[in-house]
Design a protein around this ligand. Structure first.
Ligand code: TRP
Length: 456
């Protein structure tokens, strides 16, 4: 089974070495794992909360997309997209907003920090606070829940946001009586290095102590490295590797053997200027080929745009049916659709009482009528074929309800299951990761059919 790993990249600022080592490099490595289904996106709606400068927003999106692609992110394996290309995200944000307690948002760290700052300055508590900042956690929950992400790798400062996404998902599931959303888990990468910046503090845009990854080219990289603060030990005096930023940064790029050699050179009293040159050459060996790709991409922005549009298409293939299901569940249904399935209070009662498998009807964007069958636990088991006539879809549901497991003809179609009635394929399961997973799902499907029939 693949784990869906999703994370958002804020599109403000220009990527620096700390971003590369702390976020980009590990995320690209993770995306290559066979057991990971990676969703990486540029959180440009979130960026609007921090910046109202259109040129900056535009520039930053381009640079960041080019950086991730140049660093080896393969958009054929990863779903790589822009948040603002997915209209389902703001739509879901509103659905979630309507079940989110205002009090929960009052407790968000970023909002509270703004209020505390205002209080200290004797200002109105909400001075300068936009509703966008206040709603930030709900938008982030929608980013995650629209795709049923299992794992969300983030920095420590984002843990509370993931907890809120879980709270909001649970609230929604409870209100509407079914496990609509996977509850996401936070992943904190303990292993990845945090790089010191030019002044020895953590490398961060807010300290203005960064070494740019690509901006300014090789020349800028070298100049920045030459500006890293060192102690005043002269040439030939032994240097302490463990208190030296140069060594910490070096280690983030080098092998064990290279690091051991550099450590020894410092102990042997290599001059700081020469040590910086060694560090520059080591980083440049990794960065140069990426920079070349970066420059080629930046010269052809249309290529980047095309990649991102393809990514949005892949992402929407998941989010669109998900939102259709949610719209249906909350009562935003076509007026002409049959009253298929059960009413909301009934559904709630059923969910609470004896947990039955259930159907959810929806309309495809092309207007046809479909439904899904979910297990009592909320797993999607089947998706019906499309029907032009809602009555035909309703009649099929009725037949599936009364079918029972022994009478069900289920065909295997490579990694999916296909339900047949009268020799016709009428519904199919999702694609499973392997045959074992598919066969396990078949058992669950049979169990669900059995339970439905027992109810009739
Ligand atoms: N808020 C995150 C950050 O500042 C970026 C982000 C937006 C995100 N949406 C997300 C991260 C969804 C993970 C999942 O780093």
């Amino acid at each position: 089974m693949q784990t869906r790993v999703l994370t958002g990249i804020t599109t403000t600022g220009t990527p620096h070495l700390g971003n590369y080592v702390g976020a980009i490099r590990p995320a690209v490595a993770a995306s290559r794992r066979a057991d990971v289904d990676a969703f990486y996106f540029m959180a440009d709606y979130h960026a609007l909360i921090k910046s109202d400068d259109p040129a900056r927003i535009e520039r930053s999106r381009l640079e960041i997309a080019a950086t991730w692609l140049a660093a080896g992110l393969d958009p054929d394996r990863v779903t790589f997209y822009r948040q603002s290309d997915i209209p389902e995200i703001p739509e879901l944000t509103w659905f979630l907003t309507c079940v989110t307690a205002k009090g929960l948002l009052n407790r968000a760290h970023a909002y509270k920090a703004a209020v505390d700052k205002n209080a200290a300055a004797g200002e109105d508590p909400d001075a300068g606070v936009t509703a966008g900042l206040y709603m930030y956690p709900v938008l982030m929950a929608a980013d995650i829940l629209a795709f049923d992400a299992n794992k969300v790798p983030v920095g420590r400062d984002q843990i509370q946001h993931i907890e809120m996404a879980r709270d909001i998902a649970q609230r929604f599931n409870h209100t509407y009586g079914r496990e609509f959303f996977v509850l996401p888990e936070v992943v904190i990468e303990e292993q990845v290095a945090t790089l010191p910046g030019l002044d020895g503090r953590k490398m961060s845009k807010s300290y203005d102590n960064t070494i740019p990854l690509f901006a300014g080219g090789q020349k800028q990289l070298r100049e920045s490295i030459m500006r890293i603060v060192t102690d005043s030990r002269g040439p030939d005096e032994p240097k302490d590797p463990d208190s030296s930023s140069l060594f910490t940064i070096f280690r983030a790029f080098a092998s064990e053997a290279e690091s051991a050699a550099f450590r020894q050179a410092l102990l042997d009293g290599i001059g700081w200027g020469e040590a910086k040159q060694v560090l520059f050459e080591r980083i440049e060996a990794d960065v140069a080929p990426m920079r070349e790709r970066y420059e080629a991409l930046m010269a052809r922005p249309a290529q980047i745009e095309e990649r991102l549009r393809e990514g949005a298409q892949k992402a929407r293939a998941i989010a669109t049916p998900k939102l259709a299901e949610l719209r249906d569940a909350i009562g935003l249904r076509a007026i002409v659709a049959p009253a298929a399935g059960v009413s909301q209070p009934e559904r709630r009662a059923a969910a609470k009482a004896d947990k039955l498998p259930r159907f959810a009807s929806f309309r495809d964007p092309d207007g046809s009528f479909r439904f899904r069958l979910f297990s009592a636990e909320g797993e999607e088991l089947l998706l019906s074929a499309p029907f032009a006539d809602p009555k035909a879809a309703g009649a099929l549901q009725k037949r599936i309800r009364t079918l029972g497991a022994p009478a069900a003809v289920v065909q295997l179609s490579s990694l999916a299951l296909v339900l047949e009635l009268d020799g016709e394929a009428v519904a199919s399961s999702p694609e499973y990761a392997d045959e074992q997973a598919r066969d396990d799902a078949l058992a669950r499907l049979r169990e669900a059919l059995e339970r439905l029939a027992a109810q009739e």
